[in-house]
Ligand binder design. Structure first.
Ligand SMILES: Cc1cc2nc3c(=O)[nH]c(=O)nc-3n(C[C@H](O)[C@H](O)[C@H](O)COP(=O)(O)OP(=O)(O)OC[C@H]3O[C@@H](n4cnc5c(N)ncnc54)[C@H](O)[C@@H]3O)c2cc1C
Length: 338
């Protein structure tokens, strides 16, 4: 049965800015539930560049993106946020007399007095190849990530793509799969040079077959069970590869998706906000971080942090009507418990 929850603030997006919003809300005794389509926290930092150093976080001359996320999670932890990961917010309805009901792709329902949208460029998902009928195979014989290597033992696996994920998984699965075929539209792979060299060495021994320059063309099979993948070269010549599994690795794409349909004023796929409060055009809904737009907006983590503080202060009177908010430095208040 789908679960129901009630909270002060629902934060959509567990990227760096959504995580810091939990801290800023917590400092004002506002409890948060945080929802993210990804099954891990950190947004772009974790999904796109976990090991890259960031140099413009105040007081950290250099910090790896993954480490920054770990510190933000730690900073939010005293306020016991409830995380709903691996599920996108798909629906939002206004509740009379105030507040909102959010629905997630896993059917969870979250009632909140205010909503903070920290959705970056939108929910991340895999770039899916445009192959007819691919949906029927997804999760059965077409996968966009490898959960367990063991699931590929003794199977004929087609891996499509030319980047690090495609090459690294081809190398890794070649020791358990019956056969790994790597389809790429160029003969040269974009992966790290050492990985590309290892791939070539395994191809030379026959453990891996490189199918280049080819692109995915079609799928054969039925009832979710794949029997072959067809590929085409640049002249349109089609080749049939017997396969039980397909792993397309074409990167991640972000999609604002349903958020763009909720009736808030948009500006070039971003949510228009009042820069003094980060309020959107719908009272009670705030937008911060990369998704928010106002004149002079800088898409930087540090701008998002300041926006989180502004939004939290603007939300306070919605959750505690009639209660005066006395501004206090954290050095004075400490970290108050909710
Ligand atoms: C390679 C690279 C290097 C960068 N280097 C720097 C740097 O040095 N300094 C700097 O300041 N910035 C840098 N940035 C930019 C920085 O990462 C972004 O500004 C920052 O991640 C924005 O944070 P955010 O929390 O607003 O959004 P994001 O990090 O994009 O997180 C948004 C989250 O919301 C989730 N989401 C969206 N829609 C939904 C939905 N409907 N339901 C559930 N979840 C949803 C997404 O899955 C995502 O996890 C860099 C970016 C890249 C790609």
């Amino acid at each position: 049965m789908a679960e129901s929850f009630k909270t002060d603030v629902a934060v959509i997006g567990a990227g760096p800015v959504g995580l810091f919003a939990v801290f800023e809300c917590g400092m004002l005794k506002l409890g948060c539930h945080v929802i993210d389509a990804l099954d891990h926290k950190g947004g772009q930092c974790t999904a796109l560049y976990p090991e890259k150093p960031i140099f413009d976080i105040p007081a950290y001359p250099r910090i790896d993106a993954q480490e920054l996320v770990a510190k933000l999670v730690e900073q939010a932890q005293p306020f016991s946020p409830r995380y709903h990961l691996g599920q996108a917010v798909t629906g939002l309805a206004k509740l009379p007399p105030g507040g909102f009901l959010l629905t997630t792709s896993k059917g969870a329902q979250i009632e909140a007095r205010a909503v903070v949208i920290a959705a970056g460029s939108g929910a991340f998902g895999p770039n899916r190849p445009p192959l007819a009928g691919i949906e029927q195979y997804e999760g059965k014989s077409v996968f966009y990530l490898v959960g367990r290597r063991e699931d590929f033992r003794g199977k004929r696996v087609v891996i499509a793509g030319g980047g690090d994920s495609a090459v690294d998984w081809a190398i890794s699965l070649s020791s358990v799969a019956a056969k790994v075929l790597v389809v790429h539209r160029r003969a040269k792979f974009r992966a790290a040079p050492e990985s590309a060299a290892k791939l070539q060495a395994l191809a030379d021994t026959g453990k891996i077959e490189l199918v280049t320059p080819y692109q995915l063309h079609g799928l054969e099979g039925g009832g979710g069970k794949l029997s072959a993948v067809t590929v085409a070269d640049l002249d349109g010549k089609v080749r049939r590869l017997e396969a039980e599994m397909l792993l397309p690795f074409f990167g991640l794409a972000a999609d604002l998706g349903p958020i763009a349909q909720w009736g808030m004023e948009l500006e070039q796929h971003h949510l228009k906000v009042n820069p003094a409060s980060c309020a959107t055009s719908i009272p009670g809904i705030f937008a911060i971080g990369d998704v928010a737009h106002y004149p002079g907006k800088l898409k930087l983590i540090l701008s998002g942090f300041a926006e989180a503080a502004l939004a939290a202060h603007a939300i306070y009177p919605l959750v505690h009507p009639g209660e005066a908010l006395h501004f206090e430095y954290s050095t004075t208040s400490g970290v108050p418990k909710l």
